[in-house]
Ligand binder design. Structure first.
Ligand code: G3H
Ligand code: ZN
Length: 301
């Protein structure tokens, strides 16, 4: 596929890989927000925010997002915006649950792969993650993210209940984290230190002490999932401790969809998508601008 080929050429010609940006972020104590999108208009809103702030961008698709797009279209759309803006824009397959799903993404031209083996027995998780690292190198993919401690909440949504109360064993164990990274060979690790997938009626402080203990084990690139609904100052504290990537999905879904509902309410007779969707694009852009300010990635290209 032409755009797949262009994506690979981009990776070679452009020089800085996603892993290079992780290294820069770690050193300079900022992070990349991973903006999960499932339609071209959400992607456009994020890209407009990146262009306005000269921020490198990391786009994510969950399995649901990718199935709606198809992985190839997601790659093509990102390649289009990369060419259109000149921004470094990377595409990560988020929460891939099997080797086959991530192999399809690698073949389509994704720049990064997240294998979420958190529901598998640890040995099986490690073995599949090792195979995905080999697959990634074959496709010149610089970042494989691993995960063994599940981030509660399950999925990106507005959860109409109070947040689950977390206790000690819910948090990622520092030594288990180091063992997992060493045995699997993953480049980055999704950890559980208190963020939750989705937005709940209540929040609770991140376990920064545990994050510090994990970071002190020398794991280079740490990732937080469940960014939406987490106070900015908590996230900035986590970035100071070595987090280089923070995933965001619910905030962008809420911005896009609630704005569309409002537009439909205000314009009941309107049927043209080109009239109904611009406000949703603008709302997603505003959320992305807020996130770029929180993680500090402006002017970092
Ligand atoms: O993988 C995606 C993120 O973890 C999304 O979490 O919907 O709470 O922002 P969020
Ligand atoms: Zn996640």
């Amino acid at each position: 596929r032409y755009c797949n080929f262009v994506s690979r050429i981009f990776r070679v010609m452009k020089g800085k890989s996603l892993k290079d940006y992780f290294g820069k972020a770690r050193k300079e104590k900022w992070a990349l927000a991973q903006f999960n999108v499932s339609c071209a208009e959400q992607l456009q809103g994020v890209v407009e925010a990146g262009a306005e702030t000269k921020s490198p961008l990391l786009i994510g698709t969950s399995e649901g997002d990718a199935n709606f797009f198809t992985p190839s279209l997601a790659v093509d759309l990102v390649a289009f915006w990369r060419k259109e803006t000149g921004l470094p824009i990377f595409l990560n397959f988020d929460h891939g649950k099997s080797f086959e799903v991530l192999e399809r993404a690698a073949k389509a031209g994704y720049d990064a792969l997240h294998f979420d083996g958190s529901k598998l027995p640890l040995e099986e998780n490690i073995n599949i993650a090792k195979r995905i690292v080999v697959l990634a190198r074959k496709h010149r993919i610089s970042v494989v993210e691993g995960e063994f401690s599940e981030v509660p909440g399950g999925h990106s949504d507005l959860h109409d209940e109070v947040a689950p109360v977390l206790t000690g064993q819910d948090y990622t164990d520092p030594q288990e984290a180091l063992d997992f990274v060493k045995k699997s060979g993953v480049d980055s690790l999704a950890i559980m230190v208190g963020t939750l997938h989705g937005i709940f009626k209540t929040t609770q402080p991140l376990n920064i002490q545990r994050l510090q203990e994990i970071s002190e084990r020398g794991i280079e690139f740490l990732v937080l999932h469940g960014g939406s609904g987490t106070p900015g100052q908590e996230l900035r504290a986590a970035i100071q401790k070595g987090v280089v990537k923070i995933n965001v999905s619910t905030d962008l879904r809420v911005a896009f969809t609630n704005t569309l509902k409002e537009t439909l309410r205000e314009n009941p007779a309107e049927i043209a998508p080109y009239n109904l969707l611009p406000k949703s694009v603008a709302a997603v852009k505003q959320v992305a601008l807020t996130w770029i300010a929180v993680v500090g990635s402006a002017s970092k290209i």
